[in-house]
Design a protein around this ligand. Structure first.
Ligand SMILES: O=P(O)(O)OC[C@H]1O[C@H](OP(=O)(O)OP(=O)(O)O)[C@H](O)[C@@H]1O
Ligand SMILES: O=C(O)c1cc(=O)[nH]c(=O)[nH]1
Length: 213
């Protein structure tokens, strides 16, 4: 009998790609929240590699299917979130909307783009969750427009307070991968050294002002 096909290790494949493509970099970075970070994950490069983009969209779909019950609409946060949210909505045959951080001040001046039915159940999708500020403001805007939001899905959770921040507003965060899973897989495979691993662990430990538990 032929040996069973090897089970692909998603985490190692995904993490190795992030490193090889320079999407995961170590250094000194300023984040959207103004925080300093010893590393950065630039998932904006993923759509330039269709096989890995598909891997990411399938993983997001799996995370939604496993963790979220029935829902009506997927929503994203501009800019990077849009790329993933719209591909996921297409893949799952779900309606898609997005919540602007602020009105453009011209055109329709709307903060919600797309058709949002009052009372519908919306799942918010973003690429990276750090402090959770971006997704929680999208949740606020969507709720202010009459819809229900109980779940946020991200490709990567940096474990820097997003979960706690969302919990406070009654929202669950589901991530395809935690940064700890990513760097652990890379370290075990000998692809990063102890210094890189430690720098991520220190970053996680210093959650800052959003740490609540
Ligand atoms: O959890 P937070 O602390 O809010 O940080 C995460 C957010 O930061 C990034 O967006 P950014 O503001 O860089 O904008 P972009 O998507 O337009 O690149 C990322 O795409 C998330 O939306
Ligand atoms: O917090 C952020 O702004 C952020 C962190 C990160 O690793 N990647 C990203 O795109 N944004």
């Amino acid at each position: 009998m032929a040996p069973p096909a090897a089970v692909p290790d998603f985490m190692l494949e995904f993490a190795s790609f992030l490193l090889k493509s320079n999407s995961l970099r170590f250094g000194v970075f300023t984040l959207a929240s103004g925080k300093q970070s010893s590393y950065y994950i630039d998932l904006r490069v993923l759509p330039s590699f269709p096989a890995y983009f598909r891997l990411a969209i399938n993983a997001l779909k799996g995370t939604v299917t496993k963790n979220v019950g029935q829902f009506d609409t997927l929503a994203s946060v501009p800019t990077s979130g849009l790329v993933f949210g719209s591909a996921l909505a297409y893949e799952m045959s779900k309606p898609f909307i997005y919540a602007r951080k602020e009105s453009k001040g011209y055109g329709t001046g709307k903060t919600i783009e797309g058709f949002l039915k009052a009372g519908s159940k919306v799942v918010v999708v973003d690429d990276v969750a750090t402090t959770g500020t971006s997704v929680s403001s999208a949740v606020d805007i969507i709720r202010a427009n009459g819809a229900i939001v109980e779940d946020v899905v991200a490709l990567v959770d940096r474990h820097e307070g997003a979960n706690e921040r969302l919990k406070k507003i009654g929202v669950r965060l589901h991530a395809v991968a935690g940064i700890n899973d990513i760097v652990s897989a890379l370290y075990k495979a000998g692809l990063i050294d102890e210094n890189a691993l430690e720098s991520v662990m220190k970053q996680m430990a210093a959650k800052g002002e959003y740490e609540t538990d």
